[in-house]
Structure formats: C-alpha cells, structure tokens
Design a protein around this ligand. Structure first.
Ligand code: GDP
Length: 425
C-alpha cells in the first residue's frame, strides 16, 4: 500500500515531521522529486536535524529509504547529510538510490546563480541549488543518469554533447570560465564510487515491496502552489510536488496510492518570490515569524526569513483539492496561542472588485487582495496538551473551520515541533 505526505501550500508545512512520525508504521520512505533546495526540520529523540535530500524515514532503522528517479541527486549534498546524521549519533540509515535518478552537476548550481544574477530584479527567488538548470537538462535530454556514471564511454559522450551548449553559454552569455571535460569525467567517476553500494533498481524493489504488502510512504517537497502546472507559475519549482506525480517520481503503481496526507499550517508561510495574498507585514508579521515553527520562520536550507500571513482558505482548499488529499494534517496550531482574535482569509478581491472563492491563475492572483474574517483566539499555550479533547474550545473550533474549508477530514493535529507533539482527533 502506498501513502503520500505532501504540502497543500507553498512548502514548509511540516511534512518532514509528519513523515518522520508516519515512518514509524511504514516499511519504505521515498523521495520522489526536488533536490537539496528545500529542507525539512525534524526534532526527535536524536536531536534537531535539517534534511534536504534524505527521506525523512532515516531515523528509523527498520525503514528502507529510497531516492527515486524523480529526484535531483546532488551527491555531495547527500554525503554531507549522511555525515551530519552520523555526527548526531543516528545509526547509519538504510538507503537506496535509483539507478535512473539523474545527477545534479556543479555547473547546474553555477548556472542557477548566474541566471539569477542576470535576471536581477526579475529573478524567481531561486535557492540557487541548481534545481531549475537540472530539470531543464533532464527534459532537454542532456542530463546524466546515475547508471550512466559507471560506463566511461557513455559518460564521456553524454558530457561532450552537454558541454558544447554549456560552454557557449558560460563564455558568451555569462562571461565565465568554460567547464573542462576531462576534469568533469574524473570528478563524476569519483562520486560514482562513493555511492555505488546504494545504487539499485528501486522501481523493481518498490513494486515487489508493494506486492508483498509493505507500507510505502512517498514524501513530497514544497507544496501544491509550487507545482509547475498547477501552482503560481512562473514562481514555481521545476518538478511536481503533487501526490499524483509521486507515483511517477518514485516508481510505484498509481493504483496502489491509497492515502494522501496534505499537510497545512494553521497560518501561512512562504519562501521565495510570487503572489501571496494573505501575507502580513510589519510588527504583526515579525511577531508571527518569530513565534512560528520551532525556531521562527526562517528557511531550513537558506536561513532566509519566510514571508508569513494568515491561514488562506482559498489557497489551501485549492491545494488540498489538487493534491487529491484523503486527509489534512494541521501543524503549528500552538503558534497562534498568543492572538485575541485570529484573522483568516476566506476570499479574494480581484482588481475589478469581484469577490472570488476559487484560486485563480497567476495574472489574476497577482492583483488579489485578501477578504478577511476573524475567529476567536484561545490565548493559551497548548504545547503540553496530550489529548485532542483537552484543547480549548476556541482552538477546536479553529480546527473545525479549517476542516470544513478543506472539505476533507483532519485526524492529526500537530501542537509543537517535536515528534511527540501530536494530537489524534
Ligand atoms: P517541511 O519542509 O514541510 O518539512 O517543513 P519545514 O521543516 O521546512 O518547516 C516546518 C517548521 O515547523 C519547522 O521549523 C518544524 O520544526 C516546525 N514544526 C512542525 N510542526 C510544528 C508544530 O506543530 N508546531 C511548531 N511550533 N512547529 C512545528
């Protein structure tokens, strides 16, 4: 049976924590898209960790963790993360890397930086980890699969083809040094050896695991609104963070996907550029940002302050719908305990003054203003609460509101950053 944990919004909803929690009852955890650009913060018995590329099942020794073919594999970043786990006292995880995953190359990172510099004010707020150039090459068929690293003839030929274009751009568009073919071949052959014991046909492994009745958890990065097709294009990421794509990026049958957990926060946060209708500014934003998450709302990969805002019913309902969620997991509910009244965004007012309740495409979205309602606050620290029934009435009403907005049940409510801070409803 396959399940997916995905984001309903702009990312950073708390998927890492939820995956870590659900991994307890899973056999396999798979990353199916994205790379080391965004991060998941996980706080458990081993300590506090920021995972970027590793699946969030790595803290469970019984779980097999898989990097699927849909992932942008930055080998150096992966090795660094494994070292961090070791330094943190986490036993060496069981990890498999798809032989069909493609390798994120150093020049992808360079091109990402150079392109953001070239775009200046019109840049997309990239984390500059090479993700957009990587996926461009993948779909232009100038990428490199892990399996190709082990055949020198193929490796050399693939790189030769790619470098003609890369070096022309480097020299004439960005005015930088060209990439040396021989150095790149040697570098990649060295990397290939470091991961050799982990490389496998993970697609076959996952199909067999599924047939044997194992529980397979797909872990998404970012959220619906960063999907290249259904999100706020062009302020999106370059691979699909949708559960539907999870089957492809991981390599499992779509018919096996039985549960889709869409994670959302009790307020909104976003990192990177693009329209964000319920965003707040000034002191109110600073207060929410500093209280949010486990150490304030600052990017796990970049340390950038995240934009914050009130819960956006329009965007979240859309995010949950597009994910095809079977349930919503609500996180960061504890953060709102300081407010007398909690504003929520229940509609958008377009440039023409029309009130809309369905999430529009980007050109309309850019000019939308939030239509706010307020719900009563609960003015209480709820982190110590252990049973859902013991939450303050207004807090439960807030959860009821989000559930009715999303149209799918909420069974899990997270009231703190630690693995144990979870209430079952
Ligand atoms: P992900 O990328 O979706 O895994 O999310 P991130 O890890 O980037 O961001 C979520 C942030 O919220 C992290 O700082 C988590 O430690 C934190 N977090 C998760 N659940 C809760 C919660 O219920 N309460 C609080 N206060 N923080 C939480």
């Amino acid at each position: 049976m396959v399940q997916a944990v995905v984001g309903a919004n702009w990312g950073d909803e708390g998927k890492g924590k939820v995956t870590d929690l659900l991994a307890e009852k899973s056999d396999v955890v798979v990353r199916f898209q994205g790379g080391a650009n965004a991060g998941h913060t996980i706080i458990n018995d081993f300590g506090r960790f920021s995972l970027h590329l590793l699946p969030s099942g790595v803290f469970h020794q019984d779980v097999v963790n898989v990097i699927g073919p849909g992932v942008a594999l930055n080998v150096e970043a992966l090795l660094r993360e494994l070292d961090q786990l070791e330094a943190g006292g986490v036993p060496s995880p069981r990890l498999m890397i798809s032989d069909r995953a493609q390798v994120l190359l150093p020049y992808h990172v360079d091109f990402d930086k150079f392109e953001e510099e070239r775009l200046g004010k019109q840049s997309f707020g990239s984390t500059k980890s090479g993700i957009a150039p990587f996926y461009s090459d993948k779909y232009a068929k100038t990428g490199l699969q892990v399996c190709q690293l082990y055949d020198e003839e193929i490796l050399r030929e693939r790189l030769e083809i790619a470098l003609v274009k890369k070096n022309a751009l480097l020299e004439h568009l960005y005015h930088k040094e060209p990439v040396d073919l021989e150095k790149m071949v040697a570098y990649l052959q060295g990397l290939a050896e470091t991961i050799r014991p982990m490389v496998a046909d993970t697609t076959l492994f996952l199909h067999e695991a599924d047939r044997a009745g194992k529980v397979i958890l797909l872990e998404g990065q970012l959220g619906t609104l960063r999907d290249p097709d259904h999100g706020i294009y062009p302020y999106t990421t370059s691979s699909s963070p949708l559960a539907g794509f999870g089957c492809i990026g991981a390599g499992v049958s779509p018919m096996s996907l039985k549960k889709i957990y869409a994670v959302t926060k009790a307020y909104s946060s976003a990192v990177g550029a693009g329209p964000f209708v319920s965003e707040i500014f000034g002191d109110a934003a600073k207060e929410l940002r500093d209280r949010g998450g486990d150490k304030g709302e600052y990017g796990a990969t970049t340390g950038r302050p995240r934009s914050v805002g009130w819960f956006d019913a329009v965007a979240t309902r859309y995010g949950v719908m597009v994910q095809g969620a079977t349930e919503v997991v609500l996180t960061n509910l504890d953060v709102l305990g300081y407010l007398d009244e909690i504003p929520v965004c229940v509609g958008y007012e377009t440039k023409e003054g029309e009130i809309i309740r369905n999430f529009p495409a980007t050109p309309v979205l850019m000019h939308c203003k939030p239509v706010l309602d307020t719900l009563p606050g609960w003015k209480q620290d709820i982190r110590d609460v252990k049973r859902y029934e013991d939450l303050p009435e207004n807090c439960k009403k807030y959860v009821d509101f989000i559930e009715s907005t999303c149209g799918v049940p909420i069974h899990m409510v997270s009231n703190g950053p630690k693995r144990s801070d979870i209430l079952y409803r």
